[in-house]
Write a protein that binds this ligand. Structure first.
Ligand code: HSE
Length: 299
């Protein structure tokens, strides 16, 4: 086998109301180069200063999981990770790392695992399927955990819809982002989110995106996360006022993602401006959704 490369996209989870069951791939990519006959992990780009602990490296965790699942001893290879997905910002950096390791291990061992097996292994490592599903499959994914199985269904993404992200400089790990969520939810809040998820799916499938403002509302996780990230609401309001179609916390945050069809630069600028006034510095990224998920190049 020759050296090969795995590409895996960034992802945004929840899309507002779809807590743990909706996710969408973005056109921002991590590249994992697999070097046959070498060893060690080199990290370039995002995480180059923070991800040097090889034992806890999620690429390696995914690579090992593929070997365990196929039932063969671990192969020694060298990895070069060129990361464009920001770390611990709610854009699926851990899902991208896990999936890249799984896909690399699977390819090295003869592509014995199908996408659904990779999805189950990645979910077991990540804890939630909503980032790993679009990282593997691309597009916008409905993810349904059903006893032992995980079902996915693709929502076609709108060709003119862009994502504008305000990415704060400070990070939030998924564990921290989840620790603020309560247990039981009131029926009225469950109904609020059910109705919006249904509307969101129908709206994304349609030509008319104007319902996205209501369809991206949420009561199951954003209010709790707002309490630890007070600038969230003002940044979201700034995006809406500047012309965003819908806006939500990306995954467990802190990135705020606005869905737009035009005015992207203005929307990004307004979000950054309001964030800065609240003492939150960060960067703006604009990306299309990606219909492609993880894939292998330079076979
Ligand atoms: N659905 C997850 C959450 C995404 O909101 O905590 C983060 O992995």
């Amino acid at each position: 086998m020759n050296d090969f490369t795995v590409k895996v996209p960034a992802t945004t989870a929840n899309l507002g109301p779809g807590l743990d069951c909706l996710g969408m791939a973005l056109d921002i990519w991590n590249t994992l180069s697999v070097k046959i006959g070498e060893s060690g992990i080199e990290i370039r780009g995002e995480g180059r200063d923070t991800l040097q602990n090889i034992k806890s490296n999620l690429v390696l965790t995914g690579f090992e999981a593929a070997h365990d699942s196929i039932g063969v001893p671990l192969t020694t290879v060298g990895f070069v990770c060129e990361n464009s997905v920001p770390i611990s910002r709610g854009l699926g950096s851990s899902a991208a790392a896990i999936v890249s390791g799984l896909v690399a291990g699977n390819h090295l061992l003869g592509d014995k695992l199908d996408n659904n097996q990779i999805l189950k292994l990645a979910t077991a490592i990540e804890g939630h399927p909503d980032n790993v599903a679009p990282a593997i499959l691309g597009g916008c994914q409905i993810v349904v955990a059903n006893e032992e199985d995980i079902l996915t269904s693709t929502i076609p993404t709108h060709p003119t819809m862009n994502a504008v992200m305000f990415i704060p400089n400070s990070s939030v790990s998924t564990k921290e982002g989840r620790s603020v969520l309560g247990g039981a939810v009131a029926r009225v809040d469950a109904i609020h989110n059910l109705s919006r998820v249904a509307l969101l799916v129908n709206t994304l499938r349609s030509e008319e995106l104007s319902n996205l403002n209501i369809a991206t509302e949420d009561r199951l996780h954003q209010p709790a996360r707002q309490r630890v990230f007070p600038a969230m609401k003002p940044i979201m309001n700034a995006a809406t006022q500047a012309g965003a179609l819908g806006v939500f916390l990306s995954g467990s945050g802190p990135t705020i993602l606005a869905l737009c069809a035009g005015r992207e630069t203005t929307i990004g600028y307004e979000m950054a401006e309001v964030a800065s006034k609240s003492g939150v510095d960060g960067t703006i990224k604009i990306s299309l959704p990606s219909n492609a998920g993880a894939y292998i190049t330079r076979k």
